[in-house]
Design a protein around this ligand. Structure first.
Ligand code: Z5A
Length: 216
């Protein structure tokens, strides 16, 4: 990748712990005095917020191709407005979800042709791919139970994906694991079925290794 910064993505099924651990990682790196941009998909830009509202609304029914094009439009804006400028400034960019989510959800989950999806992903990403992807892996039942707890506590209503059946979420999880198997140097699997502290220790080991390699 042509930049001075580092691009790290966190991926996984719903409730796998991406959002909490992305925040912990940003905090730890900032405490080390490093410049960090913490961001997410979908919805990190102005256009992205409007796209996210449609994308996640459980009352909105979307064709698979419409769902795919929405998330790719969000990505194109995110890459151009947020990710590339931050990397050019030399920052460590941490994104809670990115292109692998599209492959896992719209490809493996919804069944969109993987080859064409790969090409469209490259178009939307403008050839920007992560230096390191941390795949937080847990059983679908564990992830959904965690998000259900949050929904029951009234923190957030269920989104369009939370209503999908268990088989859909299993296909997504297996899709992520296939991606990791096919690109083992970039995509590192961390078992998130353990305590937050144990999960975070593994994440920090991987990030420290990357930082050492790049900025010795
Ligand atoms: N989507 C897509 O289809 N295609 C795409 O290309 C992209 C996205 C980019 C985004 O929803 C949806 O968009 C997503 C895929 C789709 N939907 N699904 N499924 P989102 O951004 O609103 O939600 P999410 O990405 O799925 O995140 P989430 O539900 O918030 O889960 P999370 O970020 O992985 O987990 P968390 O918020 O860190 O943790 C969930 C709860 O578990 C929380 O209360 C934590 O305190 C708790 N937690 C976390 N770790 C642990 C451990 N280790 N033990 C116990 N409890 C824990």
């Amino acid at each position: 990748m042509m930049s001075n910064g580092l691009f790290i993505t966190l991926e996984g099924i719903e409730g796998s712990g991406k959002t909490s651990h992305a925040a912990m990682l940003a905090e730890r790196l900032r405490a080390q005095g490093r410049p960090v941009l913490l961001t997410h998909e979908p919805g990190a830009t102005r256009a992205g917020q409007a796209i996210r509202a449609i994308f996640l609304d459980p009352a909105v029914s979307l064709q698979v191709v419409a769902e795919l094009l929405l998330v790719l439009a969000d990505r194109a804006q995110h890459v151009a407005e947020t990710l590339k400028p931050a990397l050019a400034r030399g920052e460590i960019v941490i994104s809670d979800r990115y292109a692998d989510s599209t492959t896992a959800y719209q490809g493996y989950g919804r069944g969109f042709d993987l080859k064409l999806l790969g090409e469209l992903n490259r178009l939307a990403a403008d050839h920007l791919f992560p230096d390191l992807t941390i795949l937080l892996d847990c059983a679908v039942e564990t992830g959904l139970a965690r998000t259900r707890l949050r929904t029951n506590a009234g923190d957030r209503g269920p989104d369009r994906f939370e209503g999908a059946d268990l088989d859909f979420h299993r296909r997504v999880r297996n899709g992520f694991l296939t991606l990791a198997k096919n690109d083992a140097a970039r995509v590192r699997v961390v078992n998130s079925e353990r305590s937050r502290e144990e999960v975070f220790a593994d994440i920090m080991r991987l990030v420290d290794e990357l930082v050492r390699q790049r900025w010795r």
